[in-house]
Design a protein around this ligand. Structure first.
Ligand code: NAP
Length: 278
C-alpha cells in the first residue's frame, strides 16, 4: 500500500514556519491580489489566498474589478502596483474574462513582484538555473517529492503536461535535482510505456483518472496535480488513485495533496519578494 503524501499537513508546517519568519520582519510583506469578474472558483481561490496571507502576517491588498474592466484599466493598475513600495508581490488571478489579453497583462507584472513566477524573465531564470521566482505549484510539488525521496540523483522523472504554469517549470526543477526528465503531452506516443519507466511520475493534464495503475512503475513516487470535477460533484485528480495505491510507493491525494502547497508557496514567494526588494 502506497504512502499517502499529506499535502495539507506539510503545507501547514510550512505556513507556520513562514508566519514565524514574518513575525521577525520589521516591514511586513504585502501581496496585491487582482480579481476581475465574478468567476465563483476564482473567487474561492482568492478568498483562500487572502485568508492564508492574514494568518501568516502578510498584508493583502485586494483589487476586485468588474467583469467589463478594460485591458487599459488593468495595465494602469499593474503599473501603479509595480511602482508602489508597499506592494511586494502582485497576483493577477487567472483565468481573466475572455475579452482581456491575459498573456500580455501577466507579462506587465515586474519580475521582482511576479509571485506566480509567470514573467518570462523568471521562466528564463529557472531554465538558466539562476535565482528567480519559481511558479508556486511546481515549487510545492517538489517539496512533496522531497518529503519522500531524499536523493533524486539519476532518477527517471516523467512529467505529463507541458504548460508554462506547471509542466515546463516542474521539468526544470527535476532537472536541477539531476533527474533524467521526460516530458509527455497530448502528442506523446505510447504514453503508458513512457510512464512505466518513471521513478517519479507527475501528472498535470486535467483529465479525470487518465493515468491507470498499470502505467505506474511499482514503488514510484506519484504526484497528482490535476483537479477534475466528477459527475457526482466530487473532485479527483489525473491518476486513478484507488487503483494506484496498490502499485505506487508514495502518492498525493486530490484534494489534500498538491493544492494546499500552492498557497503555501505563494506566501513563500511574497516573503522572498519583500526580502529582495528591501
Ligand atoms: P493546461 O495548460 O491545459 O495543460 C495541460 C497539458 O496536458 C498540456 O500540455 C496538454 O498537452 C496535456 N495533455 C492534454 N491531453 C493529454 C493527453 N491525453 N495525454 C497527455 N497529455 C495531455 O493545464 P495546466 O494549467 O498545466 O493544468 C493541468 C491540471 O493541473 C489542471 O487540472 C489544473 O486544474 C491543475 N492545476 C492544479 C493546480 C493546483 O494548485 N493543484 C495548479 C495548476 C494547475 P499539449 O501541450 O500537447 O496540448
Amino acid at each position: 500500500m502506497a504512502h499517502i503524501i499529506d499535502g495539507k499537513s506539510i503545507s501547514n508546517a510550512l505556513k507556520e514556519e513562514l508566519a514565524q519568519h514574518v513575525a521577525a520582519m520589521d516591514h511586513k510583506p504585502g501581496l496585491a491580489v487582482i480579481l476581475v469578474g465574478e468567476d465563483p472558483a476564482s473567487n474561492v481561490y482568492v478568498n483562500n489566498k487572502i485568508k492564508a496571507c492574514e494568518k501568516t502576517g502578510i498584508r493583502s491588498i485586494e483589487h476586485r474589478l468588474p467583469a467589463d474592466t478594460t485591458d487599459q484599466a488593468i495595465e494602469t493598475l499593474i503599473t501603479r502596483l509595480n511602482d508602489d513600495n508597499d506592494v511586494d508581490g502582485i497576483l493577477l488571478q487567472l483565468p481573466l474574462p475572455k475579452h482581456l489579453d491575459s498573456d500580455r497583462l501577466v507579462q506587465l507584472i515586474c519580475a521582482a513582484k511576479d509571485v506566480d513566477g509567470l514573467n518570462l524573465l523568471n521562466a528564463g531564470a529557472l531554465v538558466a538555473g539562476v535565482d528567480g521566482m519559481v511558479p508556486c505549484t511546481p515549487q510545492g510539488s517538489m517539496i512533496l517529492i522531497k518529503s519522500v525521496l531524499k536523493d533524486l540523483n539519476g532518477l527517471n522523472a516523467v512529467v505529463i503536461g507541458r504548460s508554462l504554469l506547471f509542466g515546463k517549470p516542474m521539468a526544470q526543477l527535476l532537472l536541477q535535482e539531476n533527474c533524467t526528465v521526460t516530458m509527455a503531452h497530448s502528442r506523446t506516443k505510447n504514453i503508458e510505456d513512457v510512464c512505466r519507466n518513471a521513478d517519479i511520475l507527475v501528472a498535470a493534464v486535467g483529465r479525470e483518472k487518465m493515468v491507470k495503475a498499470d502505467w505506474i512503475k511499482p514503488g514510484a513516487c506519484v504526484i497528482d496535480v490535476g483537479i477534475n470535477r466528477m459527475e457526482n460533484g466530487k473532485l479527483c485528480g489525473d491518476i486513478d488513485f484507488d487503483a494506484a495505491l496498490d502499485i505506487a510507493g508514495a502518492i498525493t491525494p486530490v484534494p489534500g495533496g498538491v493544492g494546499p502547497m500552492t498557497i503555501a508557496c505563494l506566501l513563500a514567494n511574497t516573503i522572498k519578494a519583500r526580502k529582495q526588494q528591501s
